[in-house]
Design a protein around this ligand. Sequence first.
Ligand SMILES: Nc1ncnc2c1ncn2[C@@H]1O[C@H](COP(=O)(O)OP(=O)(O)OP(=O)(O)O)[C@@H](O)[C@H]1O
Ligand SMILES: [Mg+2]
Length: 279
Amino acid sequence: MTNTNNNLVVETENLIKLYGDGIETVRALNGVSFSIRAGEFVAVMGPSGSGKSTLLNMLGALDLPSSGMCKVAGQELAHVKDLDRFRSKTVGFVFQLHNLIPTLNAIENVEVPLQEEKMSDAARHARADALLNLVNLSDRKHFFPAQLSGGQRQRVAIARALANQPAMVLADEPTGNLDSKSTAEIMELMRRINREQGTTFIVVTHNPAVARAADRIVTVRDGKILRDEKIESVYLEDLKEFKETALGLALTEGNVPEEIRHLGLDGVAAPLRDVLKKI
Ligand SMILES: Nc1ncnc2c1ncn2[C@@H]1O[C@H](COP(=O)(O)OP(=O)(O)OP(=O)(O)O)[C@@H](O)[C@H]1O
Ligand SMILES: [Mg+2]
């Protein structure tokens, strides 16, 4: 794992990314300053075209910014000589489309990023094998991508992203093509890896349910950070909003509306009232 400075995996200062030829320039990023600590699980949200993928591309050293500072794992990317090597050592990628190689089975796909490592074939195979166990695919190791479900393919993609023990995993809409059940499973898996292995995750998503499973939600708009909230404060905001609804007002008064008594709210009305009064 690459060294991290002050425990920060990402540090940017006034990051600007322009695309185009000067006549029709697009300001995809327009001054992004933020940082991400090692071990954080961050969701990035924002409308289409707001700059989320561009930001991820900068953090993953897939492209360099037009100006501003972008430090990843303690290294200023503009000064890194071999970006390809830096990327493969430091960052794991998971995309909306899994990008698995169709002619390789699951275990061979996970071995691909390990080809550059000086390790024996047996060690490489053992590492890929362990990673597929980690993502709960022990019974699908020899299946080809076409023989796997969408969720299973994304599990292979996650295992592949973890192959080089990266400081962080960047995921661009990893659940964009999945149904809600597979989405929840993939999120659960990424959270477990984050907790157990301490891997930092930065996940772009349009799905509020996915974002709420993060520690923090960064909202991008017009190439800038519009909001940067800890999930705790997001939930507190939800509670405050709920308190102002008809049901919230009734419960704050300790009243359970007759119409929904059958739901068993009587049993929890008193503690709910105490919570709502507190906020
Ligand atoms: N290679 C490129 N050349 C020119 N413009 C680009 C390029 N890549 C992105 N852009 C522009 O930069 C802006 C930000 O694009 P980006 O892909 O980062 O948005 P996004 O937030 O990821 O959107 P989505 O949610 O649709 O994926 C858009 O206006 C887009 O048209
Ligand atoms: Mg995008």
